[in-house]
Design a binder for this molecule. Structure first.
Ligand code: ADP
Ligand code: S3P
Ligand code: MG
Length: 361
C-alpha cells in the first residue's frame, strides 16, 4: 500500500515536472542555439586570455555575462550523463530505475538525455534509488578519475584531527614531489589573515620592517591588476571576478617573493582553492579579535558619526555572522594571535616573539 502511494505520487510529480521541462526546453531551444554560438566565441576568447596569463577586464566581463540558459542546459546534460552512467554501473535498466525512484519512464529518459529541468526532490529520489549521496549527481568528480571517489569515502571515515594530519601530510607529499607550492629553502613567507579590522594592514608593514622583508597588501595588487579600485571591481565583475583576480595575484606573489609579509583580504579563507594555496605557501597568522572589537575598530576607521544606528546594528550583525562562519577556517592558520584588548605595539611584540621562536627552531 505504502509502495503504491509512493509510486503514484512519484509518477505524478515526474509527469508534471517532465511536461514543464519539455515546454521550456522547446520554447527556448531556438534562443539557446543562437546564444550558445556567441557564448562559444566568448568562451574561446576567455580561454585565450587565461592561456596568455592575463585576464583583461573585458574578458572578465564576458564571463560575468555568462548566458544562464546555456549554462543550465549544460548542467542538465552533465547531470543526465551522471544518472545514466551510475545506472549502467549498477546494471540497472531504465525501467528498473524509474520504478525504484518512482519517476515516470518517459521523464527519466528525458532526464538522462539532459532534457529536463530536474527538481531537487526528483534528484533526491534518483540518488536514493541509485544508493548514491545526492552530491555525487551534482558534482563533477568524474573528471578526477575513479581513485577520487574512493579517497573521498576513505576521508569521510576519519576524525577531524586525522583529517587535519592527512591534509598536512598531503601538502608535504605534493611539495616533496616538486609541486609549485614547495617553499624554497630559506623562504619566509608570512600571511596575515582575519576579518576586517583584525590589524592585517596595520601590523603587516611593521612586522615586515622588523623582519627586513617586503610587505605586500594583496588588495592593492588586485587593484593594480584590474586597473580600478576594489569597489569598482565588485561592481564590474562581482564577487566571483574579484576572487579570480585574488587567486591570480596570490600566485604572482608566491612566484615573485621567497620572503614577504602579506596582508590578505578578509574573505580569502572562504575560497577553498585559494586558501589551500595560501596555507601551503605561507606561514599563516590569524589575527583574532572579538566581534565587538572588530566593529569598534572599523567604526573608528570610518568616522562613526556617518552611520545611522540602524546601519550600525546591521554592520554589527554582519560581523557576528561572518566571523562565526569563518572562524573554523581562520583557525586552520599555523598560529593565532588574540589581539582583543591589546594595543598595536603589544600585538607586534607578540608577533615578533612568535617569529623569533620560529627562526630559532
Ligand atoms: N591590537 C591591535 N592590533 C591591530 N590593530 C589594532 C589593535 N588595536 C587597535 N587596532 C586598530 O585597529 C585597526 C585595524 O585596521 P586594519 O589594520 O586596517 O585591519 P585589517 O587590515 O585587518 O582590516 C587599526 O586602526 C589599528 O590601529
Ligand atoms: O572580508 C571580506 O570578505 C573582504 C574584505 C576586504 O579586505 P580587508 O579584510 O582588507 O578589509 C576585501 O578583500 C573584500 O572587500 C572582501
Ligand atoms: Mg586591510
Amino acid at each position: 500500500m505504502a509502495t503504491t502511494t509512493r509510486k503514484t505520487a512519484g509518477k505524478t510529480a515526474g509527469k508534471t515536472a517532465g511536461k514543464t521541462a519539455g515546454k521550456t526546453a522547446g520554447k527556448t531551444a531556438g534562443k539557446t542555439a543562437s546564444r550558445s554560438a556567441s557564448k562559444a566565441t566568448a568562451r574561446k576568447q576567455a580561454v585565450k586570455m587565461e592561456e596568455a596569463g592575463k585576464a583583461t577586464p573585458e574578458g572578465m566581463q564576458q564571463e560575468a555575462r555568462q548566458d544562464s540558459e546555456a549554462f543550465t542546459a549544460a548542467l542538465s546534460m552533465r547531470l543526465g550523463q551522471r544518472v545514466r552512467s551510475a545506472r549502467a554501473a549498477r546494471a540497472m535498466t531504465m525501467k528498473q530505475l524509474a520504478e525504484e525512484s518512482g519517476i515516470s519512464l518517459p521523464y527519466l529518459s528525458r532526464v538522462e538525455k539532459g532534457d529536463g529541468n530536474i527538481s531537487i526532490a526528483v534528484l533526491y529520489r534518483l540518488a536514493t534509488a541509485l544508493s548514491l549521496p545526492l552530491e555525487h549527481l551534482l558534482s563533477d568528480n568524474e573528471r578526477y578519475g575513479a581513485d577520487y571517489a574512493l579517497i573521498v569515502e576513505l576521508l569521510k571515515r576519519q576524525t577531524h584531527e586525522q583529517l587535519s594530519e592527512i591534509r598536512q601530510w598531503l601538502a608535504d607529499y605534493t611539495a616533496g614531489r616538486g609541486g609549485a607550492r614547495a617553499q624554497p629553502p630559506g623562504s619566509l613567507r608570512i600571511a596575515l589573515i582575519g576579518l576586517r579590522g583584525a590589524g592585517k594592514s596595520t601590523l603587516g608593514p611593521l612586522l615586515a620592517r622588523q623582519l627586513d622583508v617586503p610587505f605586500i597588501e594583496l588588495n592593492r595588487e588586485i587593484e593594480k591588476e584590474a586597473g580600478v579600485n576594489l569597489k569598482e571591481i565588485f561592481w564590474l565583475y562581482g564577487q566571483a571576478g574579484y576572487r579570480r583576480l585574488e587567486r591570480r595575484c596570490l600566485e604572482r606573489v608566491i612566484a615573485t617573493y621567497p620572503q614577504v609579509v602579506l596582508a590578505t583580504g578578509g574573505g580569502i579563507v572562504a575560497e577553498p582553492a585559494t586558501y589551500e594555496l595560501l596555507l601551503h605557501s605561507f606561514y599563516n597568522v590569524w589575527l583574532k579579535a572579538a566581534p565587538d572589537e572588530h566593529f569598534a575598530r572599523v567604526m573608528a576607521q570610518h568616522d562613526a558619526r556617518i552611520a545611522s544606528p540602524q546601519l550600525q546594528q546591521e554592520a554589527m550583525e554582519n560581523i557576528h555572522y561572518t566571523l562565526e562562519a569563518r572562524a573554523e577556517l581562520y583557525a586552520l592558520a599555523h598560529a593565532t594571535l588574540d589581539t582583543s584588548g591589546k594595543s598595536v605595539q603589544q600585538t607586534l611584540k607578540e608577533m615578533t616573539r612568535l617569529f623569533a621562536r620560529r627562526r630559532a627552531a
